[in-house]
Design a protein around this ligand. Structure first.
Ligand SMILES: N[C@@H](CCC(=O)N[C@@H](CS)C(=O)NCC(=O)O)C(=O)O
Length: 201
């Protein structure tokens, strides 16, 4: 299998951690790309018509994409237990919440980096950050018991979302007002898979 990836992407990081935690890292060849919504890399377009990473090229079937599809596929491949049946809807909802944080946080960066300066829409950026804050509030107030429970892919996704906020939005200080989440993230970040997949440009 081949993974089309960039080391800065939080969606890619979910897949890398899933590979690491389920012992499949050596089964995947890495294809690094530089891509953006306004300049899609050829390797990305060939693997995913939507032009997004991560995408996984399989040896025994068509390419698959969207991080949630890839992580579920990889987990099923080795019965890794990252999507436990007993709390599947909670795990998927938690993962969706984290992915939504990433969508908003990545979109904010695109707005600033890709739009001509005089067309950057501050109101849209503020609205994206409001989504992030609402999601962080929900994690702090309603999800701490799940986050502190048995290891699953929802937790991995949240850790990747928070890691991305540190990477690209450090000055916004997501920890303020979210002390339980900040503590949880500090502990979770010590996992070898988290240390090995720190985002970088
Ligand atoms: N829902 C997708 C989102 C992936 C995504 O937005 N990836 C970004 C990089 S962090 C990307 O490829 N952006 C290029 C684009 O939007 O054209 C997933 O979970 O894989």
């Amino acid at each position: 299998m081949k993974l089309v990836f960039s080391p800065a992407s939080p969606f890619v990081r979910k897949v890398l951690i899933c590979l690491h935690e389920t012992g499949q890292s050596d089964d995947v060849e890495m294809v690094q790309v530089k891509t953006s919504p306004v300049a899609t890399a050829d390797d990305v377009a060939a693997a995913n018509p939507l032009g997004k990473i991560p995408a996984l090229l399989r040896t025994d079937g068509p390419a698959i994409y969207d991080s949630r599809v890839i992580t579920r596929f990889l987990d099923a491949r080795v019965e890794g237990g990252l999507y436990p049946e007993a709390r599947i809807w909670e795990t998927l909802t938690l993962e969706a919440t984290a992915d939504g944080i990433m969508d908003a946080a990545v979109g904010m960066i695109y707005e600033v980096r890709l739009r001509p300066e005089d067309k950057v829409f501050d109101g849209w950026i503020d609205a994206q950050w409001a989504k992030v804050i609402r999601a962080l509030d929900a994690l702090e107030n309603r999800w701490m018991s799940h986050l502190s429970g048995p290891f699953d892919m929802g937790q991995v996704a949240v850790a990747c979302a928070l890691g991305y906020l540190d990477f690209r939005h450090a000055t916004r200080d997501w920890r303020s007002g979210h002390p339980a989440l900040a503590d949880w993230h500090a502990g979770f970040s010590e996992r070898p898979a988290m240390v090995a997949t720190q985002p970088r440009d």
